[in-house]
Design a protein around this ligand. Structure first.
Ligand code: A2P
Length: 294
């Protein structure tokens, strides 16, 4: 069976199922990574203002398009609204204009609220709806929203989010959020799909990988794809980029899916709890102070 390598969002926009994440990539390496990924078949690129590398992504997209002959319309670009830009309509819109300029484009394919900043995300969403209406984003969505955030957002929204990007890998499943998104046609996207590289010597997955003649990384991505997720693994290496894209020619059995699911510890990355936004305005201010340089 020829499996599609893309999905359709709830507004009809087509999104690739596998993309390149560039969180924690320096400016120096990012533009090269993006161009190299494009040459190796990647069309989806995921950045954020908070990563501090949007300009490098823009440069990488431009050089990648020159090298491959692809057009902007062949690509799917995601960026995210910085927490410090949330809550004030005009400030947010001005910030997005700056982000587009750095990315060297008139629009992004997907614009996400990076975190559910306490008391601010519904007002921020109003700005995103207008940005979508004005064509600066072909789809809009959120990241790190749980059921409570999503329910509150839907109570206020004119437009339903098209995507929720959450931390998801064999160690962290967030089942309530997943069920809510699946029940509401909100596409799930996994950040840190390889557990930030910490999950690559897990014996249970290694055995399954050997049985399929695949790598542990490929099995993890496959496990996420088979649950309907879009995945954005980060890699600086061309060889690994190719490996992470080569995940459409095997299928995990229900028993293998279950064996991997049993590795769940419902454990977020170590840093996540420090930045728990919901009901924690102090945490947000602290974070904004630290990252206001962007
Ligand atoms: P590198 O950038 O040196 O290739 P995540 O996307 O879950 O945050 O994981 C990213 C981490 O996993 C990075 O440290 C990356 O290292 C590593 N990585 C990405 N793809 C692979 C792969 N196919 N095999 C081994 N490590 C990988």
């Amino acid at each position: 069976m020829d499996e599609s390598k893309s999905i359709k969002l709830n507004n009809g926009l087509t999104m690739p199922k596998v993309g390149l994440g560039v969180w924690k990539s320096s400016n120096e390496e990012t533009s090269n990574m993006v161009a190299t990924a494009m040459e190796n078949g990647y069309r989806l690129f995921d950045t954020a203002k908070q990563y501090g590398n949007e300009a490098a992504v823009g440069a990488g997209l431009t050089s990648g398009m020159q090298k491959t002959g692809l057009n902007r319309s062949d690509l799917f670009l995601t960026t995210k609204i910085f927490n410090g830009d949330q809550g004030n309509y005009d400030k947010l819109r001005e910030a997005v204009n700056g982000q587009l300029k750095r990315l060297q484009t008139d629009y992004v394919d997907l614009l996400l609220l990076h975190w559910p900043v306490f008391d601010k995300y519904t007002e921020s969403w109003r700005a995103l709806e207008d940005i979508y209406h004005d064509g600066q984003a072909k789809a809009i969505g959120v990241c790190n929203f749980n059921v409570e955030h999503l329910t509150n957002l839907l109570d206020h929204a004119r437009i339903k989010p098209m995507v929720n990007q959450i931390e998801f890998n064999p160690r962290i499943h967030q089942p309530d959020t997943v069920a809510f998104c699946q029940g509401n046609a909100i596409q799930l996207e996994a950040w840190s799909p390889l557990g930030n590289g910490q999950l690559l010597s897990e014996p249970v997955i290694k055995k399954i990988a050997d049985d399929h003649d695949k790598s542990v990384a490929q099995v993890e991505l496959r496990w996420e794809l088979q649950q309907g997720f879009v995945v954005i693994p980060k890699s600086t290496h061309a060889e690994r980029m190719r490996e992470n894209m080569d995940v459409f020619n095997f299928t995990l059995t229900p028993d293998e899916m279950e064996a991997i699911a049993e590795l769940d510890q419902e454990k977020h990355s170590i840093w996540y709890d420090k930045f728990k936004w919901s009901g924690n305005p102090d945490g947000v201010d602290d974070y904004i102070a630290k990252t206001n340089a962007f």
